[in-house]
Design a protein around this ligand. Structure first.
Ligand SMILES: *[C@@H]1O[C@H](CO)[C@@H](O)[C@H](O)[C@H]1NC(C)=O
Ligand SMILES: *[C@@H]1O[C@H](CO)[C@@H](O)[C@H](O)[C@H]1NC(C)=O
Ligand SMILES: *[C@@H]1O[C@H](CO)[C@@H](O)[C@H](O)[C@H]1NC(C)=O
Ligand SMILES: *[C@@H]1O[C@H](CO)[C@@H](O)[C@H](O)[C@H]1NC(C)=O
Ligand SMILES: *[C@@H]1O[C@H](CO)[C@@H](O)[C@H](O)[C@H]1NC(C)=O
Length: 286
């Protein structure tokens, strides 16, 4: 019954006895920023080394304890991997970069770029020093132009008075009275070379109905008061209608779309003289 350790030990003892005395090398069980594989530090054993990520072995990956009690070759060290100062892409500036070793960077250090005005970034603005001692892929800065925005019908657009409009330039839209903007007031020249949106002006609706109680955003309102200046494009109201058989009321929605609102056919406007008639909005819901 011999365990591997015992075999190793006995072979070592045999050797030591044959050689006459035990040759021991200096302790080498610790390698800063790395690891050592060993059994013992005695002649004629080999030990081997590996470094942690971000470090490289300056020296050999293994060493032997000689008859003279010295390591051969000499013990290595784990030296930090460094990246040279990062290259700066064309039309970019180095925004954040702190070299950590002289002018160089360590594994995992980062550098951040910014494009010059008018230039848009394609790729990651942040590069990282890799365990290979090089930087991750550089981003690119490209000049981006946008066409001049076109004036919307029944409205206007303002933009910088320049020869060319470029990335991040802004344009603002507005509409003439009774028209409302469909889209954002401000748009921006995107990196795709187009505008973030193309707003247009939509007509508001004049109401043919003189008097009605309607639902607007969940609340009962008087149409003639709430919308006396007309309804804006996109706004919705629900009209009350009567179900004559069941003597109850239900609602139907109507939306103002570019100057037109279709009043639900079921809606009946009573003459103000017909005071004895009950308005649909006063009838219990179906
Ligand atoms: C690498 O080892 C050599 C020889 O021991 C030494 O001169 C050199 O300074 C070491 N380099 C680093 C980066 O530790
Ligand atoms: C860093 O770079 C500057 C400019 O290139 C140079 O003058 C300096 O000697 C460098 N420093 C080190 C520690 O390499
Ligand atoms: C950019 O790179 C950084 C660091 O390498 C990373 O954390 C980030 O997720 C990347 N961003 C994008 C959008 O890929
Ligand atoms: C960095 O070096 C490694 C190993 O040489 C290589 O595979 C990789 O493509 C390099 N990365 C860049 C971004 O150049
Ligand atoms: C801008 O152009 C891109 C690519 O051609 C397209 O996917 C995107 O929808 C456009 N954006 C607008 C707001 O038109």
């Amino acid at each position: 019954m011999f365990s591997p350790v015992l075999i190793l030990l006995s072979s070592f003892l045999c050797h030591a006895i044959v050689a006459g005395r035990t040759r021991v090398c200096p302790f080498a069980g610790i390698l800063e920023n790395g690891a050592v594989r060993y059994t013992t530090f005695e002649y004629p054993n080999m030990i081997s080394f590996a470094c942690n990520t971000g470090f490289y072995l300056n020296g050999t990956s293994s060493s032997q304890c000689t008859e003279e009690g010295k390591w051969s070759p000499e013990l290595p060290v784990c030296a930090a991997i460094t990246c040279p100062p990062p290259p700066v892409p064309k039309f970019a500036t180095l925004h954040v970069h702190k070299p950590s070793v002289g002018n160089n960077s360590l594994y995992r250090d980062t550098a951040v770029f910014e494009c010059l005005p008018k230039y848009a970034m394609f790729g990651n603005n942040t590069i990282t020093c890799t365990a290979h001692g090089n930087w991750t892929e550089l981003p690119e800065c490209r000049e981006v132009k946008c066409p001049f925005p076109t004036r919307p019908d029944n409205g206007f657009v303002n933009y910088p008075a320049k020869q060319v409009l470029t990335y991040k330039d802004k344009a603002t839209y507005g509409c003439h009275d009774t028209y409302n903007l469909d889209g954002p007031e401000e748009v921006e020249c995107t990196k795709m070379g187009n505008w973030s949106a193309q707003p247009s002006c939509k007509a508001s609706c004049k109401l043919s109905v003189k008097k009605a109680t309607v639902l607007y955003q969940g609340e009962r309102v008087k149409l003639q008061e709430k919308f006396k200046d007309g309804m804006k494009h996109g706004e919705k109201v629900s009209f009350f209608c009567k179900n004559k058989e069941k003597k109850c009321s239900y609602t139907e929605e109507a939306q103002c779309i570019d100057g037109t609102i279709e009043i639900p056919k079921c809606f009946k406007e009573h003459s103000s003289l017909a005071f004895w008639k009950t308005d649909a909005s006063d009838v219990k819901p179906c």
